[in-house]
Design a protein. Structure first.
Length: 69
C-alpha cells in the first residue's frame, strides 16, 4: 500500500527528483529492477548531479539485465 501511495505522489508531483529517486530505490530494493531502471533516469534528469541516484541506476541496470531471459 505504501508503494502505491508513493507512486501516486510521483504522479501528483512528476518534477520532484526526490520522490522519483525514492520510488526507484524502493522498486530496486523490493525486487523490481526493471521498474527502477524506468524511474531512476527520470530522477537523474531532474537532478543530474545526484551521485547516489546515478550509482543506484547503474546497480538496477545490472540487476535488470540479469533478469531478462
Amino acid at each position: 500500500k505504501q508503494l502505491r501511495n508513493l507512486e501516486y505522489s510521483v504522479r501528483a508531483k512528476p518534477d520532484d527528483a526526490g520522490l522519483r529517486f525514492l520510488l526507484g530505490f524502493h522498486y530496486d530494493s523490493l525486487g523490481y529492477p526493471a521498474e527502477a531502471v524506468t524511474e531512476l533516469p527520470r530522477a537523474h534528469n531532474l537532478a543530474p548531479d545526484d551521485q547516489l541516484a546515478n550509482s543506484l541506476l547503474e546497480q538496477a541496470t545490472t540487476k535488470a539485465a540479469k533478469t531478462v531471459p
